[in-house]
Write a protein that binds this ligand. Sequence first.
Ligand SMILES: [Fe+2]
Ligand SMILES: [Fe+2]
Length: 249
Amino acid sequence: MIHSSSFWINHYQENATQQRVDWEIQPNITSEEKENILYSLKAWQLGETSEGKHLLAAATKHAKKIGDENYIAAIKLFIKEEQKHGNNLGKYIDAIGEKRTKSDWGDTIFRKLRYFNTSMELWTITVIIVEYAAQVFYQSLHDATDCKLLKSICNDIIIDEAHHIKFQNERLFTIFHSKSLYNKIFSVTWYCLLFLGTIHAVWFGHGKALKAGGVNKKEFMRQMYYKFFNSIKFIHQSDKMATPMVAMS
Ligand SMILES: [Fe+2]
Ligand SMILES: [Fe+2]
């Protein structure tokens, strides 16, 4: 089922009222846990704090083209929810007496790509792949520590990300279905190349934290492959799904 932009606006507005992180809990991360995850925690915190200007510009152009102004509001709320993740992780880094990072190679590459990217299709597939990596990463972070506060921050993000993936998969479905057969084949080819590049970059940068959470390279690749091909399967479903629905079953 493909949901309307107004459905997603309602979803993000309602989700913003949920307070799932209990800031009364004192952080109690051990130095060993810190050694394993701190670099990645800081890097993902930075990545979650983007202003989203370029994504918003691409979404605005796309929304005008398809005559769906509500999509702009939905994307604004999506960006706000990502910034909430950055704020929560930042607050945690402050609470354990560490300094937030201002630059990271992975973030720099992603920011450069975002700067030149005006295509909603490229935005959407990139966000889907990164969201999948986030799902595996935050579950690993959760499993790599006994700190209840960090676990609750991770749980909150994991709940949000599941909806982000549905939101982005539906957008990719709509874009993909407007293409000819040859363009679809071309698109799937470069989606796969982007996927391959991203998963290796994520493992290279965050393998240590993922391993601390019990996810080795083989398992990371397996989970990512499974998730990614679910998206590829989703966008190949029948056109009948494309009618926007207001309610979610
Ligand atoms: Fe996020
Ligand atoms: Fe997300």
